[in-house]
Design a protein around this ligand. Structure first.
Ligand SMILES: [Zn+2]
Length: 245
């Protein structure tokens, strides 16, 4: 097991509903920081000093470090050698590339999920949609962004493709902060009607429908991001150099 997947498994044990849950102070710090980052309360690039966070949360640096490592695993924080932790700062170019990669991978993953899904899987997806809905309506926007990413990961898990699931997990983690930073529409980031339509197609075991709905959902997501502030197109020589009069 890699360090990343080991820490992820450990993370699952600390979820509030886990039967294995110990008194997890670091998980509380992790959740609080995650919400602050995903709601843009802390600006990208902000330094996150362990001692200051320790004071704020009345915790040891060891606990703060565990929380920061879990956030780094989620790609919300970058850990720099000898400099410490910073809120991640995805660029517009990175944002575009991540959504382009998702558009290549996820429609196929959705089609595979539609072939493999059991009634229990559908039940799980519907419960997930309900949680997303509640988070949004209770104004927990950071959590709603996080949950809508995890919905995509859940679809990949249903497809029983471990390698593709890891790709989707990584791309969705990186998408969360991008959506938080660059989303320009007022409506919910993963409009629930698209997610409901996906669950319906997967429940009906319709790979083609699942593929098409996922594909248009990702195009729609990309179009909702304000990635316009890109470097200007390189000019053509004919535009720069004047012809002799
Ligand atoms: Zn979505």
């Amino acid at each position: 097991m890699t360090t990343a997947s080991a820490s992820l498994a450990a993370l699952d044990d600390f979820r509030p509903d886990s039967p294995n849950r110990p008194a997890a102070r670091w998980y509380f710090i992790y959740v609080a920081l995650k919400e602050a980052i995903l709601t843009h309360a802390i600006e990208p690039g902000t330094k996150l000093p362990e001692d200051e966070l320790g004071e704020i949360y009345s915790s040891s640096r060891t606990l703060v470090r565990s929380a920061l490592q879990a956030l780094a695993h989620d790609r919300l924080v970058t850990l720099e050698l000898n400099r410490g932790a910073f809120v991640a700062k995805p660029t517009r170019l990175e944002a575009r590339e991540i959504f382009e990669a998702r558009a290549i991978i996820e429609p196929t993953v959705a089609a595979l999920a539609a072939q493999a899904a059991t009634p229990a899987d559908i039940e799980r997806l519907r419960r997930h949609l309900e949680e997303e809905h509640v988070a949004l309506h209770e104004g927990r926007n950071g959590e709603a962004v996080d949950l809508s990413g995890k919905f995509h990961v859940a679809i990949a898990e249903i497809a029983h493709q471990t390698v593709l699931t890891e790709f989707v997990r990584s791309l969705c983690s990186r998408s969360s902060l991008i959506v938080a930073l660059y989303w320009r529409r007022r409506d919910a980031m993963c409009e629930s009607h698209a997610h409901h339509a996906l669950v319906d197609a997967i429940a009906a075991n319709s790979p083609q429908d699942a593929r098409e709905i996922m594909s248009s959902h990702l195009v729609d997501l990309l179009s909702g991001l304000d990635l316009s502030d890109r470097p200007p197109e390189p000019k053509k020589l004919t535009d720069i150099l004047r012809r002799p009069a």
